[in-house]
Design a protein around this ligand. Sequence first.
Ligand SMILES: *[C@@H]1O[C@H](CO)[C@@H](O)[C@H](O)[C@H]1NC(C)=O
Ligand SMILES: *[C@@H]1O[C@H](CO)[C@@H](O)[C@H](O)[C@H]1NC(C)=O
Ligand SMILES: *[C@@H]1O[C@H](CO)[C@@H](O)[C@H](O)[C@H]1NC(C)=O
Ligand SMILES: *[C@@H]1O[C@H](CO)[C@@H](O)[C@H](O)[C@H]1NC(C)=O
Ligand SMILES: *[C@@H]1O[C@H](CO)[C@@H](O)[C@H](O)[C@H]1NC(C)=O
Length: 763
Amino acid sequence: MGTSSSWSLFAALLCLLSLGVTVRCDCTRDGMEMEGGDYTLSRNLDSGSLMIYRCKDGYYPYPELTRVCQPNGVWKPLPKKFKPQKCKRVECPDPTVLENGNVFPYQYRYFVGNETSYECYSGYTLRGSSSRICLKNGKWNGSTPICSRDSGDVCPDPGVPPGAARTGNLFGIDDKVKYTCNNNLFLVGSSERVCQENGQWTGNEPACYYKHTYDTPKEVSEAFGSAIKETLTTTQSLNDIQGGRLIRISKNGTLNIYIAVDISESIKQEEFDQARNAVITLIKKIASFSVSPNYEILFFSSEIYEVVDILNFFDAKVELNAVVKDLEKFQIGDRNTGTNLNLVFTTFENKMAFIQRQVGDEAFKDHRHVLILFTDGAYNMGGSPLPTVARIKNRVYMNHTEDKQAESRDEYLDIYIFAIGADIFDEDLQPLTAGTGGNHYFRMSKIGELRETFDEIIDEREVVGLCGLHRDYETTYDKESKRKRYPWLAFVINKGAKTKTCIGSLVSPDFVLTAAHCFTFGDEPTDIKVEIEDGQGSREKKVKTFKLHPKYNVEGRRNVGVAEFYDYDVALIQLEEPVKISSAARPICIPCTQETSDALKLVGESTCKQQEQLLLKNQLERLSFLTRKDPLVAEKDVHAKLGENRPACIRKALLAPGITAANETIAVTDNFLCTGGRSPQRDHIACTGDSGGAVFKNYEQRTIQIGVVSWGTHQLCGSTDGLIESTDDSRDFHINLFKMVPFLSENLGDDNQDYTALKFLKN
Ligand SMILES: *[C@@H]1O[C@H](CO)[C@@H](O)[C@H](O)[C@H]1NC(C)=O
Ligand SMILES: *[C@@H]1O[C@H](CO)[C@@H](O)[C@H](O)[C@H]1NC(C)=O
Ligand SMILES: *[C@@H]1O[C@H](CO)[C@@H](O)[C@H](O)[C@H]1NC(C)=O
Ligand SMILES: *[C@@H]1O[C@H](CO)[C@@H](O)[C@H](O)[C@H]1NC(C)=O
Ligand SMILES: *[C@@H]1O[C@H](CO)[C@@H](O)[C@H](O)[C@H]1NC(C)=O
């Protein structure tokens, strides 16, 4: 983030003379200390170094937030004797601008922690918050209180945000309101709004910010989250019982996402890593939705470092994993000094032009474009990006920029700016945003807050319909992050006739799937304990009932040389209470459901066969299952031997104790998947306690269960379970859920029961 520094030759000469021979001259720390706080320097006392003042929470540096060391060894702006640098208590913008109502208490100034309440004159009703508190970042919590009277206007009274003044008091079609901010505040959002026929104001609600006002990660995540979600999905409320929304239908047309991250010289390695991880988190979050956007991802200073080229997406399918890998590989080396923001927009514009030529004008109409920029806005090369942004709008709005039709194409272009830094060039950056449906301009002080912001974008509590959604990018490997990686994990403990411990998987809020052999004849629901740590009350869930597959019969082939026969080794446990969905507790996707088709991004009427072809398409399909291991669990890697590889794999079943049959297919029916062995890859092998666990596969950010761990030929684990490797001969057999669909749909898909039913595909 370059600092645009200009200095006079005269000053530089003075410096040169005073030092005799050396041309460079450093700034000094003399007299720069600040009462009540401290400062950091981006490049020591060298020319160009940025001095960033810091105060404790609830205070801000005054009169300056930053100073720059100029080549002549002088700080800019210069400290002034009569205005000593200090930490001042944060104030919130004036709330008494409220019209047609009273504010209590009435004060001249409002500081952090001050509470206010709002009351409307008689005849007026209050919308917005009736009480607000001044927060540490210089904002009021809640929303702007508005006292309005039902006067039959087309648009609702848009109110006056704290610290602002409004002109325009008519709210009919085409009426305009204009906002300005008082004193030393500046406006974020729309300074002008027009009442539209549909009863909505154009643009976004304005707010007045101080230079020291920053958005908290939570605020950004809520605002950006709701705006981007609008782009990524259309929502359909199918699941009112849960009070949640089921997001399942993507808007048609193509979505192109362009991301640019400012890495000009003052960015440190650590900040670069944080920015990159934030971008990875963001695209993984986006991958949870049922859209597959095309990505252009670049870093920039005075030049462009392109990491992901969007044009590749138009030549062939690009896997999300490849995008993430490219991002992880990218390193910052020596960068040129300077920042060229216009070059970023020109690059994006050129890409759009390419795309338009490639797909044709007609198809391009259905393309939506989302530009996301991370910068402090201090560009010092390439000139203002405004004309380029105007051309981009023109292209996407199909030349209708000036007339009203432009509004109908608003949703096809969003430009979000994440303004980050201690010294943000708001005046330059804000006009570059575009799009409706909420704030597109966010102010943050630290790059480090970005990942947290994106992490929270999808509130997992809110999206109950997304099976298999998980977080695999936690940087810690403790129990809690494991829970978020495997939120469907359940432990099943049977304290009946024989104590047995198994693993299970949450397949809907009410049901846990496990192996039938975890039960013995005569077990009661009260004998069974299910442990799911959802962070809500007791982790031990009470069992209402359980049901084994009706065709499961362990003795069924005893007389043909199979002492224990495990075909149909599946069981469903119904919990007394549904599990509360959160980032730590969420069902896994299971075959042949609509939920799984959505996770796999199969559009339109999809079939069970399509899912199977996607998930079990290779002769060796890499799958995983879990084993107990501190902390919580570890993941075992295995390869299902399919097609031509299957016969040799299942033949090893004949080595298992208790099998005397001559033909292995008597013990291993077509309902089993076979894993294990050491070639071509070394697989892990299952331990006794792994029984009933999900054999699963990840598809982008979603996990799909393919099988249930059932039995194996060799007992290699001994008393301690864990990550045990297979020998040449040992094999495991897992129930293939694609073969269990009638049982699953009968017990999980019945709309007329008292549980949340899954939607099974017709074909
Ligand atoms: C407002 O906050 C200031 C600073 O913390 C405090 O001195 C003052 O008493 C508060 N006023 C009210 C009414 O709480
Ligand atoms: C604002 O914060 C106060 C104190 O935390 C809380 O009582 C109040 O409900 C909040 N208001 C809104 C609208 O969130
Ligand atoms: C996109 O959706 C609209 C309305 O949902 C529909 O009328 C249109 O035919 C769709 N276009 C394509 C290309 O599927
Ligand atoms: C938009 O205007 C440009 C230049 O005037 C023209 O070349 C282009 O064909 C126009 N596009 C549409 C969709 O009308
Ligand atoms: C085992 O039985 C299957 C199915 O009946 C048959 O296709 C296969 O050839 C048999 N294998 C051997 C080794 O006899």
